[in-house]
Design a protein around this ligand. Structure first.
Ligand SMILES: NC(=O)C1=CN([C@@H]2O[C@H](COP(=O)(O)OP(=O)(O)OC[C@H]3O[C@@H](n4cnc5c(N)ncnc54)[C@H](O)[C@@H]3O)[C@@H](O)[C@H]2O)C=CC1
Ligand SMILES: O=C(O)[C@@H]1CCC=N1
Length: 268
């Protein structure tokens, strides 16, 4: 499908939808004129200036085939609202944490093509990490279309649905743990006398460089960590402190807590 024929609608104009839109626009995947978003009131739509914004139902009632992306904290109410307008041209994509494909399919007409994704916020800078799974009516064409769109916002892989909550704990939420770590790194440097802005920039570049090496070398992180440790040098003294603070176990607990919360949200 030509990008000019594709319409992308977001039910809910929040931060994650905004992130995906910025990624898609930067990659030139969809023209701004074909993007539509809705919100319960105008007050949330300021950040969407230049894009068309409207009411929930209208996002789905556009005349062209579309790809409504659905993202809101109230999935059942919203799905009930848009249900009458969903037709066989639509591909309904949910990015709501914890809401299963089974729930989406139950709340939409039985033939609806449903895809479930879990993105993360770095989609804004086209460095996101995303996974998706397909519902029973979504075929290879729908999966390929979604993958081609999302790949413009970063890494995108199809996975069994059971991995989606885990990805939420690892990466959807994981971005926040990394920011916390970046903040802590910079604050350590500030404590030792470096100006905050410089410390923040260096912390960010340190994370970027470490992540790039991890991806590009394909090495296990333990190997790369070992390469930094000069015997008797600075790093091993610092790592000893981090181990005493149980950094590794705490981060594992964090991933587990977020994954379990995503599973629990399916029952809310
Ligand atoms: N923020 C993130 O990094 C990520 C968020 N998500 C998912 O994205 C969804 C939204 O999260 P955020 O963007 O963080 O929240 P947000 O609070 O920025 O956005 C939610 C948006 O939904 C709108 N909304 C609420 N009720 C609505 C309704 N009845 N009809 C239409 N719009 C309605 C709100 O006005 C708001 O703009 C959640 O389901 C979350 O699980 C997924 C991955 C990452
Ligand atoms: O905090 C949340 O629930 C959402 C899902 C992943 C990131 N933000």
């Amino acid at each position: 499908m030509e990008s000019s024929e594709l319409w992308v609608g977001f039910v809910g104009a929040g931060r994650m939808a905004g992130g995906l839109v910025r990624g898609l626009l930067q990659a030139g995947k969809v023209p701004a004129s074909n993007i539509l978003a809705s919100a319960p009131s105008d007050k949330n739509l300021d950040a969407w200036s230049g894009l068309r914004t409207t009411l929930n139902l209208e996002v789905v009632q556009q005349e062209h085939p579309g790809l409504p992306g659905h993202q809101t904290p109230h999935p059942a109410a919203v799905l009930e609202e848009i249900r009458p307008a969903v037709d066989s041209h639509h591909i309904v994509v949910s990015l709501v944490a914890g809401v299963t494909i089974q729930t989406l399919q139950r709340l939409l007409p039985p033939w609806t093509k449903v895809l479930r994704i879990m993105p993360n916020l770095p989609c804004v800078v086209q460095a996101g990490a995303m996974v998706f799974s397909r519902g029973s009516n979504a075929g290879d064409d729908e999966a390929a279309l979604l993958k081609s769109l999302l790949s413009s916002c970063g890494l995108c892989e199809e996975v069994p649905e059971s991995y989606i909550d885990i990805h939420t704990g690892l990466s959807g939420s994981g971005v926040a743990y990394v920011y916390l770590f970046a903040e802590a790194l910079a604050e350590g440097a500030v404590k030792m006398g470096m100006p905050g802005a410089l410390a923040s920039r260096i912390a960010a570049q340190t994370l970027l460089g470490a992540a790039k090496m991890l991806l590009e070398t394909g090495e296990h992180p333990a190997k790369l960590r070992g390469d930094v440790c000069t015997p008797g040098g600075t790093t091993i003294y610092a790592l000893h402190q981090l181990e005493k603070g149980a950094l590794r176990a705490t981060v594992m607990d964090a991933v587990e807590a977020a994954t379990n919360r995503a599973c629990d949200m399916a029952k809310d």
